[in-house]
Design a protein around this ligand. Structure first.
Ligand code: PPS
Length: 364
């Protein structure tokens, strides 16, 4: 059979790289600098203002091999005022961090880890909003000018803290790499994460563009926290570090009890079989969907207000399946995703199953 290229040019599906020499445009005196990307490319994506590629001003302290001159993270400009506050954030050795790309099962893993850390206190879990129990560190970059300062809130939390971030490894607080708190990284097939992100932008931000445009923005790295593959590959490089636990949404779906046991082992906590079963019930899709403490209701309200747009009815815990892209994306877009993933993984001789199936404690 003749191989057919998708309708878009190959140039747009290869790893996005920025030129080696770039003017340092914004953020003087910062650990980062920003180079604006043309606004028309992210038409309808930013809540307000522009969009930039963020670069490290000098070699970051994260212990991964990387070409730091070319490495960048795309973020709405609303993030710029908080990036140094995040980078200088005071880390504690007994913190637990949940780091993911958006829509990879972050909330699910936060609830899981919170219960492990807090001896299965289901009462508090149901009565106190997860965003208070486990703050999203850089949320004020997503939605600026809200009274609730998430960085200050995280700073004030008693130990042991459970902190969520979507930032790539090299933009996380620099003390992470010296104090070495435990970090849980959750991977999800980018096609499923992208379709989930599309619904998130429609339901939470009022995105009015087409699904196809959103998917191309995701592949080309024009949505917050992308490009996607370097984010994943950095944590893949770090997966054998004793303080890093790399797992996947796919494993949580297929082997939730096993993942709960592994997280408990990683966090050095003991759970009985009965507690694991109770947790499995609490963490089921139906139970999470119907649990107001896990549905980001407050974040939802502030994003809607910041976007100033009418949004359609949206449930945060939406569909919860592996392979949702199969009936939500066209064959052409699926092929573009696959070519793009292949071009990013080929040099490393990796494929998506490697990430989805990896277990730190395979023999547990
Ligand atoms: S966010 O906004 O980045 O914090 O989103 P995140 O929590 O990472 O991901 C949201 C997706 O996770 C699904 N989810 C679940 N799936 C299965 N079982 C349970 N219990 C569960 N809880 C959350 C949620 O439905 C989103 O995925 P989609 O594909 O949109 O359904």
């Amino acid at each position: 059979m003749r191989f057919q290229l998708p309708s878009r040019s190959v140039r747009s599906i290869v790893r996005p790289l920025e030129p080696l020499t770039h003017p340092r445009l914004k953020m003087p005196q910062s650990s980062f600098f920003a180079k604006s990307v043309p606004f028309e490319q992210i038409d309808k994506l930013a809540i307000s203002g522009g969009y930039s590629s963020i670069f490290a001003s000098s070699q970051p302290s994260v212990p991964v091999v990387g070409n730091w001159e070319q490495r960048f993270c795309r973020l709405a400009d609303t993030f710029q005022p908080i990036l140094d506050r995040v980078y200088d954030f005071e880390v504690r050795e007994d913190d637990v961090w949940i780091v993911t790309l958006p829509k990879c099962g972050t909330t699910w893993m936060q609830e899981l880890a919170w219960l492990v850390i807090n001896e299965c206190d289901f009462e508090t879990a149901k009565s106190v909003d997860l965003t208070h129990r486990s703050p999203f560190l850089e949320f004020n970059g997503v939605v600026p000018n809200v009274p609730h300062d998430t960085i200050a809130a995280a700073n004030e939390l008693p130990s042991p803290r459970l902190i969520k971030s979507h930032l790539p490894a090299w933009m996380l607080p620099r003390q992470i790499w010296s104090k070495r708190p435990k970090i849980i990284y959750v991977y999800r097939n980018p096609k499923d994460a992208a379709i989930s992100y599309f619904h998130h932008w429609r339901g939470m931000v009022g995105y009015q563009g087409t699904k196809s445009d959103f998917m191309h923005s995701f592949i080309d790295g024009y949505v917050n926290f992308t490009p996607c593959w370097p984010h994943i590959l950095d944590f893949w490089q770090l997966r054998h570090e004793p303080n890093i636990f790399f797992t996947s949404y796919e494993r949580m779906k297929g082997q939730l009890g096993q993942v709960i046991a592994e997280v408990a082992q990683f966090l050095e906590r003991t759970l009985s079989q009965e507690q694991i079963q109770q947790m499995q019930r609490h963490l089921s899709f139906e139970s999470m969907r119907d649990n107001p403490a896990c549905n980001h209701v407050k974040e939802f309200e502030s994003m809607k207000a910041a976007a100033g747009r009418e949004v359609e009815e949206f449930r945060f815990v939406r569909r919860g399946v592996v392979g949702s892209h199969k009936d939500e994306l066209t064959a052409d877009i699926i092929r573009e995703f696959d070519l793009w993933s292949d071009s990013n993984l080929r040099d490393f001789k990796l494929n998506m199953d490697d990430f989805a199936n990896y277990s730190k404690f395979a023999s547990l």
